[in-house]
Write a protein that binds this ligand. Structure first.
Ligand code: ADP
Ligand code: ZN
Ligand code: ZN
Length: 692
């Protein structure tokens, strides 16, 4: 009898459980790292992954004690590829999570429920189905447009990268409508022809159907699978298996798909690479964009990052020569970007209410002209609901949320006051709950009120609203978009949801009602986001070459002199980026420094603060304490949500590597420290936080 072998296995264990390293189990047979299996853990049996022996993982090893045997091995399944394991290991270390927590959290949840036999059956059924429904590989290739010069050059740069042993990431900076997607398609064509797989990331699930249909139409002989949160658990598993088994030629999905197992990966595309949705906002708070770049580096494949308004992080890397920058400044087919016009709201007389009018007269005039000509307009305001707060002028009552440090939003259509943070909803009161005054009034406006007011101002117009409230039901977003495309809508009102991706042909006017607040927000990334949003909104107009000449975007502002608007007027991303980067450099902000945020939550803010203070205190004892700066704890902008108080503490360093080393030393101490802070509900570290 041969003696059983020791196999390191990672299981799903949150970092605070202390199980930060793989656990050792016994197996009769050697197991390839990446093999999925089931192992006993306490009294349960859980899904695990055989890991690489001796992998450099942080944390203390558990007492080896009496090792238990592996319960079952998923033998029918190929092991996860080595590059996948390396990616998971890197992501866990970088975002300061245990490997098990990270690796298991990005696998299809359905895997946990299946035993080896059930999975083998699923797999056999899937393979049969894949054989039966094999895409038709015969037939003429669909027609492809002749590339414009700029596209040609971008593709040539991609081809050059493809030929390199260690390709550099490519930053495709192309204005909306410059044909970036066509470049992705051509790049994909090349890697598919070489027998490789392509991974295409999109920021939002809403944007997957259109891209999916473009890829499917272009590659009828290839198999494409989608990966996003809209799939059923069974679909998610079968798409994941299709990828792992090497039967998917193209995987297209949201941030989670950066972890799609692809044995023959040849290309990663990250569309709208600047989009904040690429950052996971819970658990291991990874950035799928950044992990895509790392994965490209690991697997030595080109990464194509595309955007009309790249993130300043990526832009700076391109300036440093770490990414290769490809420019596409022209719209294909002769479309031009709309003329951006600023209206100085300060010149308008105030109305009785103390508020300015909703629309400046020339803006209203522009809307009327569009309606008369049968063209479409898009009006956006980044606030949903009817009004952000109700107010009693007699006693000063406001519609605060009893559970959060936030106002409850007035939704007129559904007659409710609803908290957008915790969801607490009540019928809107008839009278002031404090003093009985019947005259309680909304302050400010959201998209619902905007829609109502537009209907009064433009009685002849067909108006549709698109925001998280009207797009909630299944298929509602699609049906609304279809109405717009069919020309059944004159004015589309909405939040930033209307500005993203959709290729509206007939829009010749875009109005930003009141975008100023972001200019002075405390978050240092607010201007970058605003600029991207406005450029993206502008990009919705003038996509049709004929109408392009008379397309325009109106920005109603109280700060027409602001540099951001000047750059917007000139459609000059480079100018905006260089002024922002100069500010960031002098303030020591990213990309010129590296940040992490320690968050703590408790019913009592003092408990959260005490934990953060103690964490800061123990930080001073670490090696390399001089390399990092720990700021005092502060509340985030909404400090209480669902009766839990939140506090956060910023950590900054000039060196990413030193910050990483330092965090890795600090984290185990925080796990210990937690035991001394009883009332603490949660704590978590966020590396490269997006909003601070
Ligand atoms: P972007 O992704 O940069 O916004 P798209 O790739 O969506 O731009 O291109 C905009 C439109 O132009 C699409 O309808 C696309 O089919 C079309 N298009 C792209 N490249 C070409 C080309 N070389 N010739 C003709 N039409 C093109
Ligand atoms: Zn009152
Ligand atoms: Zn609330």
């Amino acid at each position: 009898m041969t003696s059983p072998l020791r196999v390191p296995v990672v299981v799903e264990a949150p970092q605070h459980s202390g199980l930060t390293t793989p656990l050792d189990y016994l197996s009769e047979h050697p197991l390839t790292p990446g093999t999925l299996l089931r192992v006993p853990l306490g009294r349960r049996e859980v899904l695990g992954i055989a890991w690489r022996p001796g992998a450099q993982l942080d944390g203390q090893a558990l007492d080896a004690g009496a090792l238990r045997p592996v319960a079952a091995v998923f033998e029918a399944l190929p092991p996860l590829p080595p590059a996948w394991l390396a990616l998971a290991e890197f992501a866990a270390a970088y975002y300061q999570r245990s490997v098990g927590e990270l690796a298991l959290s990005v696998l299809p949840p359905e895997l946990r429920k299946l035993d080896a036999t059930a999975l083998a059956n699923r797999q056999a059924r899937l393979l049969k189905r894949l054989q039966r429904d094999a895409p038709a590989s015969e037939g003429p290739l669909p027609e492809r447009p002749t590339l414009a010069d700029e596209q040609q050059r971008a593709l040539a740069a991609f081809e050059a990268a493809l030929a390199e042993p260690r390709p550099q990431p490519l930053l495709l900076h192309g204005v909306t409508g410059s044909g970036k997607t066509e470049v992705y398609l051509r790049a994909t064509e090349q890697v598919l022809a070489a027998g490789r797989q392509a991974l295409v990331l999109v920021p939002e699930i809403n944007l997957t159907p259109q891209l999916e249909s473009r890829f499917a139409a272009r590659f009828p002989g290839r198999r494409l699978v989608a990966m996003h949160s809209g799939l059923t658990p069974a679909q998610r598993l079968s798409h994941w298996l299709t990828a792992l088994l090497g039967h998917a030629d193209i995987v297209l999905g949201t941030r989670l798909s950066v972890f799609a197992p692809l044995p023959r990966l040849g290309l990663i595309v990250v569309d709208e690479e600047h989009d904040p949705s690429y950052k996971q906002q819970e658990g291991a708070r990874y950035s799928a964009r950044d992990l895509a770049v790392y994965r490209g580096h690991l697997e030595r494949v080109p990464v194509l990052l595309g955007s009309a308004t790249p993130s300043l992080e990526s832009w700076q890397r391109a300036l440093q020569g770490r990414y290769r920058r490809l420019e596409m400044a022209q719209r294909v087919g002769g479309g031009v970007l709309p003329q951006v016009r600023l209206f100085d709201m300060g010149v308008l007389p105030r109305e009785k209410s103390g508020h300015g009018p909703l629309f400046a007269p020339p803006v209203l005039q522009s809307l009327r002209e569009r309606i008369a000509r049968g063209e479409q307009s898009l009006v956006f305001l980044n606030r949903r609901g009817y009004a952000p707060v109700l107010h009693c002028a007699d006693c000063g009552w406001k519609s605060g949320c009893p559970h959060c440090s936030a106002w409850r939003v007035f939704h007129k259509g559904e007659r409710t006051l609803r908290c957008h943070h915790c969801g607490f909803t009540e019928r809107v009161p008839r009278a002031c709950p404090e003093c009985g005054n019947l005259d309680i009034a909304p302050i400010g406006r959201g998209t619902e009120k905007l829609e109502e007011q537009l209907a009064e101002l433009l009685p002849e117009a067909r108006i549709a609203r698109l925001d998280a409230d009207t797009a909630r039901g299944k298929g509602q977003l699609e049906s609304r978009l279809a109405e717009v495309h069919a020309g059944a809508v004159d004015v589309l009102v909405g939040t930033q949801m209307v500005t993203k991706g959709h290729d509206f042909r007939r829009i010749t006017l875009v109005v930003a009602v009141n975008p100023d607040s972001a200019l002075f927000a405390s978050d240092f990334r607010a201007p970058e986001r605003l600029f991207a949003l406005l450029m993206q909104a502008a990009g919705r107009a003038g996509r049709d070459a004929e109408a392009a000449a008379r397309s325009e975007m109106w920005v109603q502002t109280w700060h027409p002199q602001h540099a951001l608007y000047a750059a917007l007027k000139a459609h000059d991303f480079a100018a905006f980026a260089s002024s922002q980067l100069a500010e960031r450099r002098s303030a020591g902000l990213p990309p010129f420094s590296h940040l992490a945020l320690l968050r703590a939550e408790a019913r009592d803010a003092a408990v959260a603060t005490a934990f953060l203070r103690a964490a800061a205190e123990c930080a001073t004892q670490l090696d390399g304490a001089g390399d990092v700066m720990v700021y005092p704890p502060v509340p985030p902008s909404v400090s209480k949500v669902a009766n839990i108080e939140r506090m956060q503490m910023l950590i900054e360093s000039g060196s990413r590597a030193r910050l990483q080393r330092w965090l890795a030393d600090w984290l185990p101490r925080l796990h210990q420290l937690r035991a001394q802070h009883k009332g603490l509900a949660r704590w978590a570290i966020d590396v490269d936080p997006l909003s601070i």
